[in-house]
Design a binder for this molecule. Structure first.
Ligand code: 5RP
Length: 222
């Protein structure tokens, strides 16, 4: 199976994971990226069985709406039973690096409002130690240079993702060569830099379930 087939397999597995827990008033949290897109396409088949979704990006909202799935504002949806999203890296504790698609801040917010985070990923995303994937950090534009200097002090090699603006109107700095051996601590330390909106370490609120697409089938890890 190629990578897209593995992503599609985990999208189908995620649908099976939740399909018996959908009610007419259920609102589902939806992530961003190609794996989340496969999930949105699968979810569309069951659109009569639930109310709608909260999206972690404008791109996912557009895809949901194109399928006829109502998209709600998180402020009016309350606590969500599930959040389904991909990852750029995931470790054995189900801590992740996310934000390759620049949607990390809204992803972290929707995840924080969800009872169950179901991470869907192909096996290439599974790592022992997080940090090979460049860690995205969303920053307020005027703080870009300041945040870059502070990230160097923490041991990163920061690079501005030029030409990219987040859905919140901010910038992304990608941190290369950053070994995340204590992800929970580093998540807080980066957030404490003035001008940082959010960083792509999802360790304080890891996933609850990982559906991992492998060549010999989908593995369910908790
Ligand atoms: C977007 C994300 C995505 O979940 C992550 O980049 C994985 O993307 P894909 O499913 O396309 O591999 O965090 O900000």
């Amino acid at each position: 199976m190629n990578q897209n087939e593995l992503k599609q397999a985990v999208a189908k597995a995620a649908l099976e994971e939740i399909r018996n827990q959908l009610y007419k008033d259920t609102i589902i949290g939806i992530g961003t990226g190609s794996t989340a897109n496969f999930f949105i396409d699968e979810l569309a088949r069951l659109k009569q069985d639930f109310d709608g979704a909260v999206a972690s990006s404008e791109a996912s909202a557009e895809r949901l709406i194109a399928h006829g799935i109502p998209v709600y504002d998180l402020n009016s949806s309350g606590i969500l039973p599930f959040y389904i999203d991909g990852a750029d890296e995931v470790n054995a504790r189900l801590q992740m690096i996310k934000g390759g698609g620049a949607a990390l801040t809204r992803e972290k917010i929707v995840a924080a409002c969800s009872e169950k985070f179901i991470c869907i990923a192909d096996e290439s995303k599974q790592v022992e130690i997080l940090g090979d994937f460049p860690l995205p950090v969303e920053v307020i534009p005027m703080a870009r240079s300041h945040v870059g200097r502070e990230l160097v002090k923490l041991g990163a090699d920061p690079q501005w993702r030029e030409g990219v603006k987040t859905d919140n109107g901010n910038l992304i700095i990608d941190c290369y060569n950053f070994l995340l051996d204590d992800p929970i601590k580093l998540e807080t330390m980066i957030n404490n830099i003035s001008g940082v909106v959010c960083n792509g370490i999802f360790a304080q609120r890891p996933a609850d379930v990982l559906l991992l697409g492998c060549s010999d089938g989908v593995k369910r890890l908790t």
